[in-house]
Design a protein around this ligand. Structure first.
Ligand code: HEM
Length: 413
């Protein structure tokens, strides 16, 4: 659409106005300067998908409710919390890979999902769940996959259909989270995100339903995106041995065989560039949608109240006006000198403005530390069944089910 129709694409389906904005300045208008005129959800109709699972948590709330919740949750993401989070991130990664053996073939997206899920549970909910995450992540995948194209509310949930399976899967995820919540209630308040939520309920500032919605929002938003970035990174590294070699050189130099800590995250400069480039090519989410709460003008176009307006990381991150040879995996694009010529918001994996990702710093500590911890010990290779000489242009599409083979590096005993 963007290639054919340019910087503003308009279409209308069943009376609903849709706009796709494909210019960094328009991204800035939508997410920053004019964001007050937009809502996360339409005012006049229910929407399907993720919101059906996470409810009115931080991701989908608006107005006073959103600002109160954002204020309540923000301290859990402050700098002083990150050191203990970083320890948990590295320890959980080490525990996961202690079961990895040279020559194993692993479904890497699944492994990264389980890892980042265990890290969220550990850091924000104070719960050690690494042994259970396979079941929970499978249930969540069933629940999420299902809700994208169905409407649960109109179906009887005893029917032995895929719909029933999805409803059952969601119940499993909810039961898991309520167990974590109840365990924390029983164990007494600590200094983590879940405790802040529980204190707010006790003080009467939040309902049990809000607690449920915030907990599931953090749980879902806090792991799938990072898992996607890491899985894309491993797959791209497996296809680009020269970039992988440079990454290994940095990891070995910075860490010299030690376990990484928070202080290492900013020193893993190339690893961070590699991750950013993987998120350029394979962003999750791939787009951000808002609903106009009143008539607005963007780029000289009048956008009527109620319109659905989308900006897409996927589209802009591959726009040749901002990224030469956009299909090429080239971490050097994120060298500070080269970034100077990149227009503001041509790259926005974490969104922008007041609704930008609350977990951005968390993720940008977590992902390099996980990458470094694993890269210290393993290379990930495409299994031999796949031809070694994959064409450089265009790269193989990102395959979330791809298995990669482990090769021990033997840097550490
Ligand atoms: C690579 C990892 C991540 C990416 C690419 C990412 C991306 C995003 C994006 C694009 C948004 C804005 C959505 C919008 O404007 O509609 C967002 C919001 C959000 N993210 Fe992330 N995220 C990541 C990691 C995390 C983590 C680790 C957490 C929690 C620990 C988290 C929690 C949230 C929450 C709660 C929001 C809603 C914020 C608000 O509306 O106030 N995310 N994320």
């Amino acid at each position: 659409l963007a290639q054919t129709y340019g910087d503003i694409v308009y279409w209308r389906v069943r009376g609903q106005h849709h706009y796709l904005l494909n210019h960094p300045d328009y991204v800035h208008e939508l997410l920053v300067t004019q964001q007050a005129h937009f809502r996360k959800l339409p005012a006049d109709r229910p929407v399907r998908g993720l919101v059906e699972i996470v409810g009115q948590g931080l991701l989908f709330s608006d107005g006073t409710r959103w600002s109160q919740q954002r204020q309540l949750l923000a301290p859990a993401f402050q700098t002083q919390r990150l050191a203990s989070y970083a320890r948990a991130m590295v320890e959980t990664t080490e525990r996961l890979i202690s079961g990895w053996r040279n020559g194993d073939e692993r479904q890497i997206r699944q492994e990264m999902t389980e890892l980042t899920m265990a890290i969220i549970a550990q850091t924000l909910f104070g719960a050690d769940v690494l042994d259970e995450v396979r079941t929970v992540s499978t249930a969540l995948a069933v629940a999420l996959g299902g809700l994208r194209d169905t409407n649960l509310s109109v179906q009887a949930d005893w029917l032995p259909t895929p719909l029933y399976q999805r409803a059952h899967a969601l119940q499993q995820v909810e039961a898991f989270l309520s167990r974590l919540i109840n365990e924390r209630r029983d164990a007494g308040v600590r200094d983590d995100l879940l405790s802040r939520l529980l204190q707010a309920v006790t003080a009467g500032d939040m309902t049990e339903q809000q607690l449920r919605d915030e907990a599931i929002t953090m749980f879902v938003a806090g792991h799938e995106t990072t898992a996607n970035a890491l899985a894309a990174t491993w797959q791209l590294l497996a296809q680009h041995p020269d970039i992988e070699a440079r990454l290994h050189a940095e990891v070995d130099h910075v860490l010299a065989g030690r376990r990484p800590t928070l202080d290492d995250a900013p020193r893993l400069v190339y690893a961070t560039m590699v991750l950013k480039e993987a998120m350029r090519l394979h962003p999750l989410p791939w787009g951000i949608t808002r609903f106009a709460a009143r008539e607005v003008t963007i780029g000289g176009y009048r956008i009527p109240s109620g319109s659905e307006v989308t900006v897409s990381q996927y589209v802009l991150h591959r726009d040749p006006r901002y990224f030469a040879e956009p299909e090429r995996f080239e971490p050097e694009r994120f060298e500070p000198e080269r970034l100077k010529s990149l227009p503001r918001l041509a790259y926005f994996p974490f969104g922008a403005g007041t609704r930008a990702c609350i977990g951005q710093r968390f993720a940008m500590v977590e992902a390099p530390l996980i990458l470094a911890t694993i890269a210290q010990r393993f290379r990930l290779r495409l299994p031999t069944a796949v031809p070694a000489s994959l064409p450089a242009q265009p790269p193989a599409p990102f395959d979330t089910t791809r298995r990669l083979q482990l090769q021990a590096r033997g840097v550490r005993a």
